[in-house]
Ligand binder design. Structure first.
Ligand SMILES: Cc1cc2nc3c(=O)[nH]c(=O)nc-3n(C[C@H](O)[C@H](O)[C@H](O)COP(=O)(O)OP(=O)(O)OC[C@H]3O[C@@H](n4cnc5c(N)ncnc54)[C@H](O)[C@@H]3O)c2cc1C
Length: 498
């Protein structure tokens, strides 16, 4: 017998909120608890990437994100307080995604929009409910929640998701290792109103990076004319006690700017770690609980949201009596752990290159990069590659047991390639059958027997007749050059489980 409650989500940051939304979308109401007394006001993650917007669009949320956020139109490199090179970035992913840009929106706003969407399903975060322990057996998980000074309560659930951030109590309770390391440098982050940045920084919505031999700073255009500044904390400052006033004089002099107002200042160290496992029995790790890395490329929150979408439909499916629960749930770690490892390795290379103090690294940063990057970004191939990598639209699961079949242009495990009008078809939850060109009667009849929505789509590089079973998270499960009933029925029996 399954416990009455399906899923307990521990942690109501972006990952936990998104997982809750995914479960609601698939008809399961989770319980969502957080140790904090209320929502965090901190702006932390500011970059929302295209794949995240595509995933949010399935919830009808992407437009609200774009309306509240700021689109980045370009990038600029600065040296000695002057812009030395600019690169156009607006619509850099044209033709690759319905959201071919970089969006800036602060994390507190992202979380607010996700909480509002959850409220429409009648789900609210239970604040001040920290998880302090858990045990699991063959049929469920018993979690202990206990706020300071309050009595402990126990909750019995079928599954538990640890979305409780880098210091995850769930990960520790499961005794899952979190190997990796910590970079030496200390960073600071400040949300400011700053004067003196070239007008382009805001009117042109430029993301500016300042290159110096021994340090660097980055300036992000935030909504409302604000500027997020990230920089290296100068040696000799105590990160525990440093304030913006300690970095302000040197920053203002080097960058020829004047900072009027600071709404948030914090210092932080950057870690690079990936958990040994993302799953143990009925408990899962999602988001920062499973992986943390340098902020290079703004990938952290976006990856947590991607984890949540990957796990949400699988958990919802696993709760159905006839579901292939074990096989489906195993694919969460199989798909997301390799990506997390690869991400940590690439952000590590980018971060080490950007911050290394050697004279060669400094020469590359201050002399070569401003000359070569603008040239490279004029090459369509390089622009496409950069967008595909940063925006996370290139994430694919070719080695997942869920990924089967290939044609000359498409393979199981890839994201459904975008073309105008395609993604709207995926708005209803569940699996979909997609046929390139008019749907033959035999395909429609088979889809009807499996209660699968079936859509005819125009080719976007694929040959007519190509047919794909698209997963609830928009990735291709089964791909074939033409429909063969026995092949599709075998896959459906294995993975759709009814
Ligand atoms: C300065 C800065 C800039 C960043 N910029 C970017 C960016 O541009 N793009 C990007 O993608 N990422 C960025 N990140 C990273 C991003 O903020 C994190 O990856 C993101 O917050 C992870 O979300 P999460 O939901 O997994 O964890 P968190 O946001 O850490 O949320 C965890 C939640 O769990 C709760 N919790 C903790 N312990 C317990 C417990 N025992 N019981 C119950 N609840 C608990 C916490 O209160 C919290 O609400 C940045 C981070 C920083 C610090």
């Amino acid at each position: 017998m399954l416990p009455d409650l399906p899923v307990l989500i521990v942690g109501a940051g972006p990952s936990g909120l998104m997982l809750a939304l995914e479960l609601c979308r698939h008809g399961r109401t989770p319980r969502l608890v957080d140790a904090r007394p209320g929502p965090s006001p901190l702006s932390r993650a500011v970059v929302v990437h295209a794949r995240t917007l595509e995933l949010l669009d399935r919830h009808g949320l992407a437009d609200a994100f774009v309306e509240r956020g700021q689109l980045v139109r370009g990038g600029a490199m600065r040296r000695n307080g002057q812009v030395v090179a600019t690169v156009p970035l607006g619509r850099i992913g044209e033709g690759l995604s319905p959201f071919p840009f970089l969006l800036i929106l602060s994390q507190d706003q992202t979380e607010g929009l996700l909480r509002e969407a959850l409220a429409s399903y009648g789900v609210a975060v239970e604040w001040n409910r920290p998880l302090v322990g858990l045990v699991q057996d063959a049929t469920g998980v018993t979690a202990t929640l206990q706020a300071e000074g309050a009595e402990a309560t126990q909750v019995r659930v079928a599954y538990l998701a640890g979305c409780d951030g880098a210091s995850s109590a769930v990960r520790k309770a499961l005794q899952i290792g979190f190997p990796g390391g910590t970079y030496e440098q200390m960073f600071y982050v400040a949300d400011t109103m700053a004067e003196g940045l070239p007008p382009d920084a805001h009117n042109g919505r430029q993301l500016q990076i300042s290159l110096a031999p021994r340090t660097f700073s980055a300036f992000f255009p935030m909504p409302g004319g604000r500027t997020r500044i990230i920089g290296l904390l100068p040696d000799g400052l105590d990160p525990e006690t440093a304030t913006f006033a300690d970095v302000q004089p040197a920053l203002e002099a080097a960058e020829r700017i004047r900072v009027q107002e600071v709404s948030w200042f914090s210092t932080y160290r950057v870690h690079h770690r990936v958990a040994d496992h993302f799953r143990q029995g009925r408990a899962f790790l999602v988001g920062d609980a499973g992986h943390i890395h340098s902020p290079a490329g703004g990938q952290g929150m976006n990856t947590g949201l991607g984890d949540a979408v990957n796990l949400g439909w699988k958990l919802a499916a696993a709760l159905r009596p006839a579901a292939p629960a074990e096989a489906l749930l195993a694919t969460y770690e199989a798909e997301r752990l390799p990506f997390a490892r690869q991400l940590v390795a690439t952000t590590d290379r980018a971060f080490t290159g950007a911050t290394r103090a050697s004279s060669w690294a400094s020469f590359v940063r201050t002399q070569l990069a401003p000359r070569l990057l603008p040239l490279a970004l004029r090459l369509p191939l390089f622009r496409r590659h950069l967008f595909r990598t940063l925006s996370q639209i290139a994430i694919a699961y070719p080695h997942s047991p869920l990924s089967q079949g290939r044609t000359a242009t498409t393979a199981g495990g890839q994201r459904l390639p975008w073309a105008a009008g395609r993604y709207e078809l995926l708005h209803p939850p569940g699996w979909h059958l997609v046929h390139v060109g008019p749907v033959p009667p035999a395909v429609a009849a088979w889809a009807g027997r499996w209660s699968l929505p079936v859509s005819a789509v125009a080719a976007a590089g694929e040959a007519p007749g190509t047919v794909c079973l698209v997963r609830p998270d928009g990735y291709l499960g089964l791909v074939a050059a033409e429909f063969a009933e026995t092949y599709f029925a075998a896959y459906a029996r294995q993975w759709l489980g009814h």
